[in-house]
Design a protein around this ligand. Sequence first.
Ligand code: 5GP
Ligand code: MN
Length: 341
Amino acid sequence: MIERFPEEKLKEVSALLNKPSRILITTHHRPDGDAMGSSLALLLYFQAKGFSPILLVPCEYPDFLQWLPGNDQVLNFEDDESHAEELVNDSDMIFCLDFNWLSRVEKMEPLLRKSKAVKILIDHHLNPESIFEYTFSYPDASSTSELIFDYIKASGDEKLISPDIATALYCGIMTDTNSFRYESMKAGTHRIIASLIEAGARNHLIHQNVYDSNTENRLRLLGYALKEKLVVLREFRCAYISLSEKELEMFNFRTGDTEGVVNYALSILGVELAALFTEREGFVKISFRSKTDFSVQELSSAHFNGGGHKNASGGRYNGPLSEAIMTFLDILPEYKEKLLK
Ligand code: 5GP
Ligand code: MN
């Protein structure tokens, strides 16, 4: 394993932090549990160090993450774009968490690209863009939250991990490993989880807050998706679900409501590849999941302008829902051999 956060680089970052600097933390569009967990943990850690960082996210995020410690300090770019622009322009250091390409912050991309601030990437996605002054990219990590733990520890500050920071980090690792079940969940990550519980993360409450907080609509949408919309293609060991805007509206869709739906398709015995197509305004968002060796990262970057990880990736299709599905069905034969292996 390559050494994470080498001492020399850490010293340089630390010198910049102490300059003093205006620090901004940001993460990817449609932030998930790891994006929010890692960003909030870094925010709270910097505050514990006596800095005054700002956390600016590109858009709204699911209700099931809005209980996280520090949630009331999160600024949403979409709420006040001109104020957000000032904040980005005024910052000296920008910490970019849980994404590898600036395009992943969508509407904030031009702002970040033209900003003169020192950009520091902390991430676990493959092939990061080479625009960052400091790139801490470790694709073998379970999550960016694991990396924030490593960063704090490598900085000699493990004792600063408060119950709130521990809670945010636990939530990020838990959600990005689908509750500790992915291959990326190594023994070392379990040790980090143990440290976080010792530092005050109340694991049963975190699971409850994230997984046992469905609205009735969300659960009924899941029921509908599984009963009416699940297609199983045994010949390709593949299963997929599609949901149109109209169908989402039938269940009063809210951000985050389709999170996890794709995992049910993947859970079918014999299925190696699962996809979820959701129609959004003007494009189709696609989530891919796979078991074992099949790389959905390759599939989504080759055909759907996407990326992510070997077993969990996402992409998009600019066109109607039916065309997105047709495109997927057209490329499946190309992957048949790998899927049947
Ligand atoms: P999800 O399916 O949960 O939205 O995303 C799964 C993984 O793929 C996450 O690591 C996420 O960051 C990544 N991902 C999702 N959508 C995209 C996309 O449009 N482009 C890229 N490069 N990665 C994505
Ligand atoms: Mn992540």
